[in-house]
Ligand binder design. Structure first.
Ligand SMILES: [Zn+2]
Length: 396
């Protein structure tokens, strides 16, 4: 369906002599300021329901969006990606503009990289593929189980990964399926298993992030959903977090240790705090009544520290905390992480895992035998910024 829209989008462009331009979403820009500065009716925003207005607050600064204009300079269509799955589509229907949420059409492509290290695996992955997002994922996958300082020139690296292509360009972060890095000839592996987490070859989880519950809540007023087709409303819905209803003024606690990266209003989210954690995780706390004194960007906080108070700011129908969790800038369900501790696969699950890894190890041996390089990436559709931790690791 959406492929059709994209084709239509481009076809309209060529038939009517319309022009398409591509811009980067500015830091601090919101859907409302975008409409204002492009002289589009603000009702486009105000006619959205609460869930959609929250979703519009998820637009990431730096993301590329497309605008289609008529010869007279009138905006006909706008496409703005929200995360990696959905996009906002504004379209002039003649009698006025309409905004809908549609899935992003993309293709998943499997690729494999084998390389002999010369400088560092990070540098070598970039110089052979141009793909800094892949290098970033690689470091994230291994940093808790491998000491990269022990690496010697000539040690080999294999990476099996999936990347997403949208309009001919890599879109978002590639996902590593399995990878091996040699340390002085000894092979170290990570495998992504069917729960989306990384394990070593013995089935022990190599990354661990434990969240504490951020607030004492009375009930969950809205849970996490991703790209859900609403049969009555006939559109896609998403709620990229959990809403915890609680009285105004209830303390909000940091869900984990980390560094505060944002304190301030954020579109429909109202007063919002964002904290960067280890392993590329981020947490977001929205609709706050106020911040705790001394909380500012750049400050380190510990799990359980009070950072602010429940409120009703932004687009909100009653006091609640909207709590979001992101891994490499992709929204994930906080409920899937809150309960999980670092785990070790056992029994039948482990047997299946070993069969899965053995198949990959064979593929790795084949790949190592002919040192295959993927095509160099030339452009990216959606660049996520590297977090400070990764930059610190690669500087070592
Ligand atoms: Zn919410």
């Amino acid at each position: 369906m959406f492929k059709f829209l994209i084709v239509l989008f481009l076809m309209v462009a060529s038939l009517l002599g319309s022009t398409m331009s591509e811009n980067n979403w500015q830091r601090g820009e919101t859907l409302l300021t975008f409409l204002e500065s492009n002289a589009l009716p603000l009702s486009i925003y105000y006619n959205l329901d609460r869930e959609e207005q929250e979703l519009a607050s998820e637009i990431v600064a730096g993301v590329k969006y497309q605008v289609l204009k008529s010869d007279e300079g009138k905006i006909e269509q706008v496409l703005i990606p929200i995360g990696e799955e959905l996009q906002l589509h504004i379209i002039d229907e003649g009698e006025g503009y309409k905004l809908t949420t549609t899935p992003i059409a993309y293709q998943d492509i499997d690729d494999v990289l084998t390389v002999e290290t010369t400088l560092s695996p990070y540098q070598d992955i970039i110089s052979t593929t141009n793909n800094s997002l892949l290098a970033h994922e690689f470091i994230q996958a291994f940093k808790n189980s491998v000491n990269f300082k022990l690496l010697r020139k000539g040690d080999r690296v294999v990476v099996f990964y999936k990347k997403r292509i949208r309009l001919g360009k890599q879109f978002g972060s590639p996902k590593i399926e399995a990878s091996m890095v040699e340390l002085r000839g000894r092979k170290n592996y990570v495998f992504r298993y069917n729960d989306g987490r990384y394990y070593d070859e013995s089935g022990k989880e190599v990354e661990g992030f434990f969240l504490a519950r951020p607030v004492n809540f009375t009930r969950i007023s809205s849970s996490f959903t991703y790209k859900r087709w609403h049969p009555v409303l006939h559109r896609y819905r998403a709620h990229l977090g959990i809403d915890y209803a609680a009285p105004t003024g209830t303390p909000i606690k940091a869900a984990g240790n980390g560094k505060v990266s944002h304190v301030g209003t954020k579109g429909g989210y109202g007063k919002t705090i964002i904290i960067n954690h280890q392993d590329g995780y981020k947490t977001l706390y929205a609709h706050m009544n106020g911040y705790r004194g001394g909380i500012r960007s750049g400050k380190w906080v510990k799990k359980g520290d009070v950072i602010g108070y429940v409120g009703n700011t932004g687009i909100s129908t009653g006091p609640h905390l909207h709590f979001g969790l992101y891994k490499s800038n992709k929204a994930i369900n906080p409920a899937s992480v809150v309960k999980v501790t670092k785990s070790k696969l056992k029994g039948k699950q482990k047997e299946e895992f070993i069969a899965h890894t053995n198949a990959f190890k064979q593929k790795m041996d084949t790949a190592l035998a002919d040192l295959k390089l993927p095509k160099k990436e030339s452009s990216f559709e959606y660049i996520v910024s590297l977090d400070n931790q990764t930059e610190n690791i690669i500087k070592q």
